[in-house]
Design a binder for this molecule. Structure first.
Ligand SMILES: Cc1cc2nc3c(=O)[nH]c(=O)nc-3n(C[C@H](O)[C@H](O)[C@H](O)COP(=O)(O)OP(=O)(O)OC[C@H]3O[C@@H](n4cnc5c(N)ncnc54)[C@H](O)[C@@H]3O)c2cc1C
Ligand code: SF4
Length: 371
């Protein structure tokens, strides 16, 4: 087994792995990133083909259990009401994500103090605010700042995307009720931005963006990271993080697509393998010293997973709504029921965002509760 050496080993070339790789490589740190999936080209996505809605039910489905591609691993979600969605490849889940782009509320960091639920975070909104500002520029976000539901922050680098006929309809309804709404913020280009094309509103965002308008990190971060010297190895499935006699991580063992094993030795190991892939790898990395897996002194690795649950409500109107077009992130959003309200019998709440139905098959499936 031959050794590859680096200052920093990153496992996973998705959203977080890409951001860290670019940052470290630009600071002169030698970086190796191991990614079990491959690099995809825009032409690979089916959005411009007649069969895009059919392939979305199989090889381009957001669930690895349905997709079953060579980069995927099965996830046993039989006992879970939530079905995990992800993508495995350079860009990670940002290849399929909707790119709706929101900050946490200041109250999200203080739920124990304010609502007596869960735990307060050890940091506040203000600690994160400068990083939100920087990230909005790095990902190229379109939208309008100034939503009174938030503390003030700088304007987004691009104007918002259209809210479309259906957005106007829902906005008018909210205004009539006196409910909050605001034009959607999305990591989607509304004009040419750092090599990205403007969004053409074709509504196939969930299966890869053919235009390169959506900020997937294979476009926004990996080119800069590789230019700065980061080495990205694809088709490399990590099976174990190694450690020394002091218990400190020393690198990882991975297999290529033919099953040949390699070792990477690094001073620092950064796990960026998704909220499911990261604990999976920690648990797989058990040893005589760590029989319950790495970093698992608490026994909590792989438990209490907090995903971002969402559900969908579909509306039907008598007049044409043109909902086959639009971007999937959010045309507009409402925070009317997002925060705890004294007049309601529950704490915390939900943010609403408005999206298109997509093509006819999607519209039929959504209204059936299927996707
Ligand atoms: C369909 C969908 C819609 C979404 N919509 C939105 C949205 O609108 N707005 C929003 O903010 N977020 C959205 N998200 C969520 C967002 O994409 C994720 O939160 C984000 O990508 C997570 O980043 P990550 O780096 O933790 O993991 P990922 O981006 O998932 O990347 C993890 C990478 O690690 C690799 N990996 C895992 N295990 C191994 C291993 N053993 N060896 C080698 N490589 C490995 C994987 O192949 C993958 O490429 C959506 C996600 C999906 C799937
Ligand atoms: S609607 Fe816009 S972001 Fe979505 S796939 Fe089309 S061009 Fe890309």
């Amino acid at each position: 087994m031959s050794d590859i050496r680096a200052d920093a080993l990153i496992i996973g070339a998705g959203l977080s792995g890409a951001v860290v790789a670019a940052r470290l490589a630009e600071e002169g740190v030698s970086v190796v990133c191991l990614e079990q999936g491959m690099k995809h080209q825009r032409e690979d996505y089916r959005g411009r083909q007649d069969d895009w809605e059919i392939t979305a039910l199989g090889p381009w489905h957001a669930s690895p259990n349905v997709r079953r591609g060579p980069a995927d691993y099965p996830i046993n979600d039989e006992d879970s009401v939530m079905k995990p969605l992800m993508f495995n490849g350079v860009g990670g889940s940002t290849i399929l994500y909707g790119a709706h782009w929101m900050r946490f509320f200041p109250s999200d960091f203080r739920v124990r103090t304010l609502d007596g639920a869960a735990d307060d975070w050890p940091i506040t909104y203000n600690d994160l605010a400068p990083y939100y500002d920087r990230t909005d520029i790095a990902f190229g976000v379109s939208g309008i700042a100034g939503d009174p539901a938030y503390p003030a922050f700088p304007d987004y680098p691009m104007p918002p995307l259209p809210i479309n006929v259906w957005g106007e309809k829902v906005a008018a309804g909210h205004s009539k009720l006196g409910w909050h709404w605001w034009p959607g913020s999305n990591a989607i280009a509304s004009r040419h931005y750092e090599g990205r094309n403007p969004c053409v509103q074709r509504s196939t965002c969930g299966y890869g963006c053919n235009e390169g308008a959506k900020a997937s990190v294979d476009l926004t971060h990996w080119p800069a990271a590789e230019r700065a010297g980061a080495k990205l190895i694809t088709g490399a499935r990590v099976s174990q993080i190694t450690h020394d006699s002091h218990g400190r991580a020393t690198g990882a063992i991975y297999s290529d697509r033919s099953g040949t094993q390699y070792r990477v030795v690094a001073n620092v190991v950064i796990l960026a393998a998704n909220a499911i892939g990261t604990p999976r790898l920690l648990l797989l990395s058990h040893s005589a010293r760590y029989p319950n897996g790495l970093a698992n002194g608490s026994g909590l690795v792989g438990k209490r997973l907090m995903m971002h649950p969402f559900t969908r409500v579909v509306g039907f109107f008598d007049e044409p709504m043109e909902t086959w077009q639009g971007h999937w992130g959010q045309s507009l959003y409402s925070l009317e029921f997002a925060e705890t309200r004294p007049d309601l019998a529950f704490i915390r709440g939900a943010k609403w965002n408005l999206g298109p139905s997509g093509g006819p098959l999607h519209a039929a499936m959504f209204s059936n509760g299927k996707n």
